[in-house]
Design a protein around this ligand. Structure first.
Ligand code: MG
Length: 352
């Protein structure tokens, strides 16, 4: 088991290892301030697989448990589901001595985290990610959100969990497509910050070095979050591929998954950067070969106009300009503020 401590506005542990689900109850008992009840929030995919084990572990530790299961999928990450959950918590008379436990992938973590950040003006919460994507990215760092019609993650809060328990055994039940989504975020970490990670991913399949890779990514995220918890600067690096990725997700009505959309977004920006002469060709070649290896796409059917329109709704936009993340060397990226008009030019170059 690997343990990473994140010293954000509140310090917490991220545990990465196997057979951790059965330890949930004991670990909740050890948390500061006595947690008397746990409300598990999960989705219809994860509940049949792992909810009984989590409930049993909590019960064995003498902690009362209630559970809420919503329909799996990005379509559920909205205001309607959010209100149903908080109304349910109130009807169950959940008070501040309770704790929310997010059991699932990125949608569950973002939604349950936002519930925890806002219910009773904030109650404790724990992330138990069950996908590679949630483990390396969304469960650590305290970003919580729901989507609006206008775009992804437009309502949310920075709210750190009290504990993150990443049981790698849960990845065994992921479909190849969902596992690949997580690989896209792993490749992203390599592109923004680590030539070593890119070399590891090229040399050995992620599946054969799962704990090391997840720990490396969480370690990088920890460093970035500790330096810039509220995304004023460096944290924006984590958005590499995400401006156009979110545009693709939105234009496809979320039929293109997050990881696949980010993969395409990374290629578009890297291609454009090579054409502008700010990024060496080998960066693009390596990115494309890794995406192929991990069964991820590198192009999209959406037009320049459609991608641009989608990017206009991005919350990273501020007025007429936007921060984009550009690779400048293998394992190194930089943040650059450009005019929205220029973004259109970047998309054109990326699409060519
Ligand atoms: Mg992401």
């Amino acid at each position: 088991m690997t343990q990473v401590t994140v010293s954000a506005s509140k310090a917490y542990e991220v545990q990465i290892g196997t057979a951790l689900l059965d330890t949930v109850g004991e670990q909740v008992k050890k948390l500061e301030g006595k947690v008397q009840r746990v409300a598990v929030i999960t989705d219809s995919n994860v509940a049949p697989l792992y909810l009984p084990r989590v409930e049993t572990s909590l019960k064995n530790a003498g902690i009362a448990t209630i559970s809420y299961v919503f329909p799996a999928g990005e379509e559920s990450k909205n205001g309607e589901t959010y209100l149903s959950i908080v109304e349910w918590l109130a009807s169950q008379e959940l008070t501040r001595n309770a704790c929310i436990l997010a059991l699932g992938g990125g949608v569950v973590g973002d939604l349950a985290g936002f519930v925890a950040a806002t219910y009773l003006r904030g109650i404790a919460f724990i992330q138990v990610p069950t996908t590679l994507l949630a483990a390396v990215d969304s469960s650590v760092g305290g970003k919580t959100a729901i989507d609006l019609e206008a775009g992804k993650n437009l309502v949310g809060a920075f709210y750190q969990p009290r504990l993150v328990l990443c049981d790698l055994d849960t990845f065994d039940t992921l479909s190849p497509a969902v596992f690949a989504d997580g690989c896209a975020e792993v490749i992203k970490y390599g592109m923004i910050r680590s030539a070593n990670l890119l070399a590891d991913l090229k040399g050995t399949h992620i599946k054969n070095q799962l704990e090391e890779v997840v720990a490396q990514c969480v370690g990088m995220k920890r460093d970035i979050v500790e330096a810039d918890e509220f995304e004023q600067g460096e944290r924006k690096l984590l958005n590499f591929g995400h401006t156009l990725g979110h545009a693709i997700e939105k234009q496809s009505k979320y039929s293109v998954s997050h990881g696949k959309a980010v993969a395409i977004g990374m290629v578009l920006i890297t291609k454009a950067a090579v054409k502008q002469g700010v990024c060496p060709e080998e960066c693009l070649t390596l990115l494309e070969s890794l995406l192929e290896k991990y069964e991820l796409p590198s192009n999209t059917v959406f037009s320049i106009e459609e991608l641009f329109d989608g990017a206009m709704a991005d919350k990273k936009r501020s007025g007429d300009s936007i921060d984009i993340v550009i690779p400048v060397a293998v394992g190194k990226s930089e943040i650059k503020r450009i005019d929205m008009e220029k973004l259109k030019h970047w998309i054109e170059m990326g699409k060519q």
